[in-house]
Design a protein around this ligand. Structure first.
Ligand code: E4P
Length: 216
């Protein structure tokens, strides 16, 4: 499973990149707003820092303007993935961009039917939002399982990018289903390391080691 960081904070990305765990980054207009940074500037910095795909989202809702914005964004670097919304214009842009060799992440997916359309439009990634789906009383992981089944039935190459991840179990459940990628806020990626028995084990080993009076 590939790990993407869902953030526009450069320091957090740099920190995660150093662990060797980071395969890419996703941003969205809300994350850019939260960072307080200039969109193009921050995307350029992320694309320089991370080798893998960096998702940058268009904000236009009509095809022509989406394609204009995509041209500006993809000029930033070869690893830029254009994020488009799951709408008819978004999928039209997806088809044109992927046919031209640009990676596309189709975002705001909330149903298996939408995921099927994105795969047919040639999306590189489909982003089902599990957390937001759970928030309104649906089962986000059941959606991931449905999309996995459908994509496998037809050998679609579109990668399932589990988004709107809210806790470590979302990551584990998505991995069990066989999702290709998950994107999570850095805080959640760090939570994956955590287990109280690991902390307790380190403390007791260190105490016993100190009692031996030895050094390595
Ligand atoms: C990433 O591509 C999505 O935009 C993001 O995961 C959405 O997360 P949220 O539902 O926590 O805003």
């Amino acid at each position: 499973m590939k790990f993407f960081a869902d953030t526009a904070e450069i320091a957090e990305i740099r920190d995660l990149a150093a662990t060797g765990l980071l395969d890419g980054v996703t941003t969205n207009p809300s994350l850019v707003h939260k960072s307080g940074r200039n969109f193009l500037e921050v995307v350029r910095e992320i694309a320089d820092l991370v080798e893998g795909p960096v998702s940058a989202e268009v904000v236009a809702i009509d095809y022509d303007e989406m394609m204009r914005e995509a041209d500006v964004l993809r000029a930033i670097g070869d690893n830029i993935t254009i994020k488009v919304p799951l709408t008819p214009d978004g999928l039209k842009a997806c088809k044109a961009l992927t046919e031209g060799g640009t990676m596309v992440n189709v975002t705001l997916c909330f149903s298996a039917a939408q995921a099927l359309l994105a795969a047919k439009a040639g999306a590189t990634f489909i982003s089902p939002f599990v957390g937001r789906h759970d928030d309104v009383g649906f089962d986000g992981m059941a959606l991931i399982a449905d999309i996995r089944l459908i994509y496998d039935n037809y050998d679609f190459a579109t990668q399932i990018l589990v988004a709107s991840v809210r806790h470590p179990m979302h990551v584990v459940e998505a991995a069990k289903i066989g999702a290709d990628v998950m994107t999570a806020p850095p805080k959640i990626i760090h939570q994956l390391f955590k287990h109280p028995l690991t902390d307790a084990g380190i403390a007791s080993f260190l105490k016993d080691w100190e009692a031996t009076g030895q050094k390595i």
